[in-house]
Write a protein that binds this ligand. Sequence first.
Ligand code: SF4
Length: 451
Amino acid sequence: MNNTGMHEECGIFGIISPENGRKLGNLTYFGLYALQHRGQESAGIAVKNGSKILCHKNVGLVSEVFNDEILQKLDGETSIGHVRYSTSGGSSGINAQPIVSNLKFGNIALSHNGNITNSEKLKFELEKRGAIFQTDADSEILLHLIAQSDTDDFYTALNESLKKLEGAFCFLIIYDDKLIAVKDRNSTRPLCVGKLKDKTVISSESCALEMIDAEFIREIEPAEVLVVDKSGNMKTSKFTPETDKKFCIFEYIYFARPDSVFWGVDVHSARKIMGEKLAEKFKFNADIVIPVPDSGISAALGFSAKSKIPYEKGIIRNHYIGRTFINPTQELRNMKVKMKLNPVKSIIKGKKVVLVDDSIVRGTTSRKLVRLVKEAGAVEVHVAISSPPVISPCFLGMDTPTCDELIANSMSINEIAEHIGADSLVYLSVEELVESIKEVKGFCTKCFCNE
Ligand code: SF4
């Protein structure tokens, strides 16, 4: 979870190599490490070694789930990994991924990022026909759809099954001696391809390619099924011609790491422009611009550059609170704010402060942050938010609160400012947000719209 109440998505990462035993477990570990911000509940790696698929997964951070001894055993020619934030299913170890299964087509391993919105209906139909689910996460549905397919051809079964899925999904699949990458028809979540010498790498975000010195090649396209063999040959097809790109704009606002690049635009630069646009709308005098770390940093830099108000690191984030507070109850959320973010009195005292954050969801965290900054001696706190007001839950399964919990659903901007104790509050409009990333076309912005 970030500071304001939006949640991370899962992260997936895969490699295929011409030869066996190329330390794929280690490389996948580093890739997952770079994707850790997308989910901290569980982590796992599956590696195909000859005819066997070995898998290790558990609850915890990547660094907690794996050690040298485990990674030494995870060697082979193809690997996939997963870091999980539970958008569906519980947070127990049984929902950790990759999922490995033995189908009539042979062994298969699968990692999934996203949410299948017709999962209940599909699960009901599959169970009626005898499917027994091992987990309560919706990721397993694709495996059962493939298993129950009448065809003897795996790729026909895969395509037919993908057509039945609705919502947001990216899959990485190990099948036969291939690595398969799949994206939903709207391209809701990110997935890109890279090369590391003779290896092909696929990752949720390009920052994980950078981590292992792989070169970015391209994004996976909407509805694309990319099949990569051990020699690095890529065969691409679409499971449906009906595509409509609606990339989740929250990847640029908050989910992704600032050093990732999507569709040719790097996240840090996009956030800086969002901050510049906020500064253009800001009508007050202020002494310093402070980001809410970490997701407000790039926008605060843009705000400062445009407004000429000095940027200061007025809030220090404690990165070492680990998984102690993964249970997001109200009480724990309150404590988490204090543990996580410490205002620096020597910077803040006596100043008129602009506090820059990525979003306000429930308003509870923003309220506490404004209070913390005022208690540290700020004479005024103006809040600048680098997204529009979040007024609808995510219909594609992102774990956002319900309508009733979304503060912007029931309050005007002035009322929110008063509620959080801010001297002023400025948001970006949807148009200004989209304009900040104008090189990219086709966004989902539904949580800012009352559709
Ligand atoms: S509704 Fe919002 S969070 Fe959900 S996919 Fe669209 S932009 Fe992203």
